[in-house]
Design a protein around this ligand. Structure first.
Ligand code: 3PG
Ligand code: MG
Length: 402
């Protein structure tokens, strides 16, 4: 990380005992649609090193986060209540939960904190000022938030690409440092952009080419191989002149994909077979078909076994660095999880330094029961890690530099 950024150790060295330390975390965890239970707590576990260090040093720790995309007003389905419970379990100490973000409950909860105790504020995005594009509106909310702390720690790597009050404006108002997670994430990602050991192979999946276009453009000159699966592969297959049935297709991106395929000739690998189904449903009838023979009434929901074997070979043979973002298919449905599982296993088995980026791919690693330790680094940031690799200035990082 840039030499001008101070980190948690600098703050700890100053002494934090009895000081209120406001920690911006990214506790935006996936919740089960029916039960509201947390389905993957990886992002909560990822901030424990920072929180634990502050607790041990006797700080009054005030944690804030967003969850989902509520529209600037309280909305119970996006409450951080379940997160407070899980965070308390993981810390082994109760977490005092404020039922608002900067109001009476937050102020009273923070005022009542003893040294070494932890509070969690309610969802930042229940306040319009958090995500406002208007500097004054964001600033007014940042003033209220900053009043709850004496120092600020940014450990919300997953949100550093957002120009939001808690990420961008609060650090301008308080002494600020990067937390352990942000530091580690930036260290790892900077080796990928500055000095990846070769061969360097990137695997991209997920549904939309348009979301990945900037990162493909940025990576194409750098990587030795780019493997493309997931919903976005169908726009590339279309660009190769194949029919894709009712699979996901971004028509306005076909020409762009054709151009990328020309420029990436010899580097880009596309599926040679796909799992095509009658419908987008867990129990839909399905078959493996060649990538150039998808029946017109069928939808491609995963890459096929021959593709997995080809991708696995490219990932295993002598590769030194791997970056993976985006599932290869609809892995939430068992019938269409084979591609994601196969690629994840090949990455896990490879000797390369591997980085898994993105909420979905990280959740896939855990939900498929793979050992997290077989990967070099599992990033907590999806959009953030992609924008970092694109070489963009990330507002949350820039704010820490000042
Ligand atoms: C994420 O899950 O991508 C981060 O938590 C950021 O959330 P956002 O995309 O809603 O800003
Ligand atoms: Mg996102």
């Amino acid at each position: 990380m840039s030499a001008t950024i101070r980190n948690l150790d600098d703050l700890l060295a100053e002494g934090v005992s009895g000081r209120r330390v406001l920690v911006r975390a990214d506790l935006n965890v996936p919740l089960d649609k029916q039960t509201g239970a947390i389905t993957d707590d990886g992002r909560i576990r990822a901030v424990l090193p920072t929180l634990g260090a502050l607790v041990s040093a006797g700080a009054k720790v005030v944690v804030c986060s967003h969850l989902g995309r509520p529209k600037g007003a309280p909305d119970p389905q996006f409450s951080l209540t379940p997160v407070a419970g899980r965070l308390g379990e993981l810390l082994g100490a109760p977490v005092h939960f404020a039922t608002d973000t900067v109001g009476e409950s937050a102020q009273a909860t923070v005022a009542a904190l003893a040294d070494g105790e932890v509070a969690l504020l309610e969802n930042l995005r229940f306040n319009k000022g958090e995500t406002s594009k208007d500097d004054a509106e964001r600033g007014a909310f940042a003033d209220q938030l900053a009043a709850l702390g004496d120092a600020y720690v940014d450990d919300a790597f997953g949100a550093v690409h957002r120009k939001h009050a808690s990420v961008y404006d609060v650090p301008a108002r308080l002494p600020h440092v990067a937390g352990r997670l942000v530091l580690r994430e930036v260290e790892v990602l900077s080796t990928l952009t500055e000095s990846p050991e070769r061969p360097y192979v990137v695997v991209l999946g997920g549904s939309k080419v348009s979301d990945k276009l900037a990162v493909i453009e940025a990576l194409l000159p750098t990587v030795d191989r780019l493997l493309i699966g997931g919903g976005m592969c169908f726009t590339f297959l279309k660009a190769q002149g194949h029919e894709v049935g009712t699979s996901l297709l971004e028509k306005d991106m076909v020409e762009t994909c054709r151009n990328l395929l020309e420029r990436g000739a010899g580097k880009i690998m596309l599926p040679v077979d796909v799992v095509a189904a009658d419908a987008f449903a867990p129990d839909a009838a399905h078959d493996v078909v060649p990538a150039d023979g998808i029946p017109s009434h069928r939808v491609g929901l995963d890459i096929g076994p021959e593709t997995v074997a080809g991708f696995a070979a490219a990932l295993r043979t002598g590769t030194r660095t791997i970056f993976w973002n985006g599932p290869m298919g609809v892995f939430e449905m068992a019938a269409f999880a084979g591609g994601t599982r196969g690629v994840a296993e090949a990455i896990a088995e490879s000797e390369a330094f591997s980085v898994v980026g993105g909420g979905d791919s990280a959740a896939a690693v855990r939900s498929l029961g793979l050992d997290e330790k077989s990967f070099g680094h599992i990033s907590t940031g999806g959009g953030a890690s992609l924008e970092y690799l694109e070489g963009k200035t990330l507002p949350g990082i820039a704010a820490l530099e000042n």
